[in-house]
Design a protein around this ligand. Sequence first.
Ligand code: MG
Length: 238
Amino acid sequence: MVLEPASTAVNKHGIHVFSDFDGTITLADTGVILIDHCVGRERRRQMDLDVLNGKTSFRELCVQLWGGVNLDWDQAIQMLEDVQVDPHFGKCLERCRAHDIPFTVLSCGLRALIEWYLKREIGSDFHGIEVLANEADYNPAGWTCTFHDASPHGHDKAVSIRRAREAAKANSQPFLAIFLGDGISDLSAAMEADILFARRGRDLETYCTREGIDHIAFDTFDTAIAEIEKLQQQQQQQ
Ligand SMILES: [Mg+2]
């Protein structure tokens, strides 16, 4: 499957939508489902706490926990088939593509799983969509990650937004980053976004509310569609 790098698309609006995948595009976390099944919830939660307490990095957590996933690809997909995608995600994507607004998925999860869901949602035509995530081999003896970058997260989502901003600036193009997320691993990207959407009731929203960080709480991607429409109308009036 060939993915067109969205950041190189002609972007006359300057609007660029970035979105986390697990818990944001999907309603549940696909990694957690596989890892809890194979490694156990307790061990995963303990490692989550170790990351929060600075005892280990998220990157090391991925190495350890994905390494414990002893499923082949078909077994994994079977376990994930019932995970729901946000009911308005497809509509949001179609709107972005119809208006040449680049859409980039920023994930600390695994690219092939993300592409599997995208293909199920929208078919094989991925124009205008970019997926930045980690790679893995799906060896039933334990999965091995190849990380997107050298950061302690394995993928520093803020760097990806910054790169797109710098590319726009270098070409004297306008740039406005919309980011949608749900979790603490989205914090760096959240701080880099111009407009931030936090899934209601999840950790990112709680954190933003507590710390007084501007954000829009969302229940479905419909909220983002409305905001994009509003921005486009404002631009037309200028
Ligand atoms: Mg997430």
